[in-house]
Design a binder for this molecule. Sequence first.
Ligand code: CA
Length: 227
Amino acid sequence: MRLLLVEDEKDLAQAICITLRNRNYIVDWAEDGKIAWDYLETINNYVVAIIDWMLPNLSGLELCKIMRQHNYHLPVIILTARSSIADRVIGLDAGADDYLNKPFGMEELLARVRALQRRSPVFQSTNLQVGSLLLNYDKFTMQNINELNKNSIVLTAKEFQLLEYFMQHPGQILSQDQIRLRLWDLSDDCVSNVVAAQVRLLRRKLVECNYPDAIQTIRGLGYRLNI
Ligand code: CA
């Protein structure tokens, strides 16, 4: 799942990024509201945005207001040192869904992200199913429900994200660029064969589930899930 973090304090932003990435989130970090807006117009699968109130150029509240005016419905957590009730009201009126006072514990931030991601328009329920292939969001596993033993195969974060992307677009060709944009942070300096390598790893797991040809290579175009 992909998150947008908008925070101008570098140390705090890095600490948040590390925490979230350790929990298998993809995180795009924007240092100010303007960069964040560019990201929002480029990436369409954020599940939650974590936005600092005090930012250079465009404040967190202004960003939040603009998002709502443009019908971006993704849930927003506002980070701030301002804790008065009046400030909270201003934040919620701007369209924020939650409010976290600095300093905060990372476990609390994670809990609030989890609570909000369930409300996100792009969040899937516990399972995603295409044909007999079942992807479980709680356990990070996949399963072939036609197999007698129905063994669940545990996936790594990237394998999971890749399979999820394919399963959200069954039968559709996904290009290497689309996959790279979807699976890796915008700051990641990916080597050119990273997508092909990840597809290879996922194919191996799919073979274990008795799907030997589930991901087809479409020469010059990309890959397609064929279950
Ligand atoms: Ca700030």
